[in-house]
Design a protein around this ligand. Structure first.
Ligand code: IMP
Ligand code: MG
Length: 181
C-alpha cells in the first residue's frame, strides 16, 4: 500500500466501504421514489461532486442532476455560520421531487440554509442526503439519508477537501490536527 500523505493521520473509511454504502443509499432512494416519475438530485459543489456522481450512477429511478455551489468556510476549518450562494440551479424546482446531496454535515448551517432556500421554491417534496455527519449536536434540520457518522475531526477524500487539497483520494481520512488547528 502506498505511503499516506504526510498531512494525513489515518484512514477512517476505506474505498470499498464507501462504495458499498453509496449503493445502499441508492437502493433506499430507489425504493422510496418508486411511485415518482422523476427526481431531481441537487449536488452541492464542490465537496459532493464525487458522491453525487456515484449515487446518480447507482440509482435506477429516473432522475436529473443539477448543482449548486455554496461557500461557508473559505479555506479555514472553522465556521461562523455564514453561508453564501455561489452558483444557483439551472432550472426551477417548482413541483419537482428534490433530493439535496451533501458531502458532510457538521454544524448543520449549510444544510439548514439549503433546506430553507429550496423549500422557498415550492418543490413537490424535498429530502436531504449526506454521506457523512459529524457526531455533534447539529442544527435542527431533517436528514433523510445519512451514510456514515464520523468523529469531530477534519476529514478529506472522496470529494472532501482541506484548502482544496486531497479531494481525489478514494477513501476518507482524518487530517493531522496540527494541519488544521
Ligand atoms: P456545516 O455548515 O458546519 O454543517 O458544514 C458543512 C460544510 O462544511 C460541508 O458542506 C463541507 O463542505 C464543509 N466541511 C465540514 N466539515 C468538513 C470536513 O471535515 N472536511 C471537509 N469539509 C468539511
Ligand atoms: Mg467544502
Amino acid at each position: 500500500m502506498p505511503a499516506l500523505h504526510p498531512d494525513i493521520d489515518r484512514i477512517l473509511i476505506a474505498e470499498d466501504q464507501i462504495q458499498k454504502r453509496v449503493a445502499e443509499i441508492a437502493a433506499e432512494i430507489d425504493r422510496d421514489y418508486q411511485e415518482v416519475d422523476q427526481v431531481v438530485l441537487i449536488g452541492i459543489l464542490k465537496g459532493a461532486f464525487i458522491f453525487t456522481a456515484d449515487l446518480s450512477r447507482k440509482m435506477t429511478v429516473p432522475h436529473s442532476v443539477d448543482f449548486m455551489a455554496i461557500s461557508s468556510y473559505g479555506d479555514l476549518a472553522s465556521s461562523d455560520g455564514a453561508v453564501r450562494l455561489i452558483l444557483d440551479l439551472r432550472k426551477p424546482i417548482t413541483n419537482q421531487h428534490v433530493i439535496v446531496v451533501e458531502d458532510i454535515v457538521d454544524t448543520g448551517h449549510t444544510m439548514n440554509y439549503l433546506y430553507q432556500t429550496l423549500m422557498g421554491r415550492s418543490p413537490a417534496s424535498l429530502k436531504t442526503c449526506t454521506l457523512f455527519k459529524k457526531k455533534r449536536d447539529s442544527l435542527d434540520v431533517p436528514l433523510d439519508y445519512i451514510g456514515f457518522e464520523l468523529p469531530d475531526v477534519w476529514v478529506v477524500g472522496y470529494g472532501l477537501d482541506y484548502a482544496d487539497k486531497h479531494r481525489t483520494l478514494p477513501y476518507v481520512a482524518a487530517l493531522k490536527k496540527e494541519v488544521y488547528s
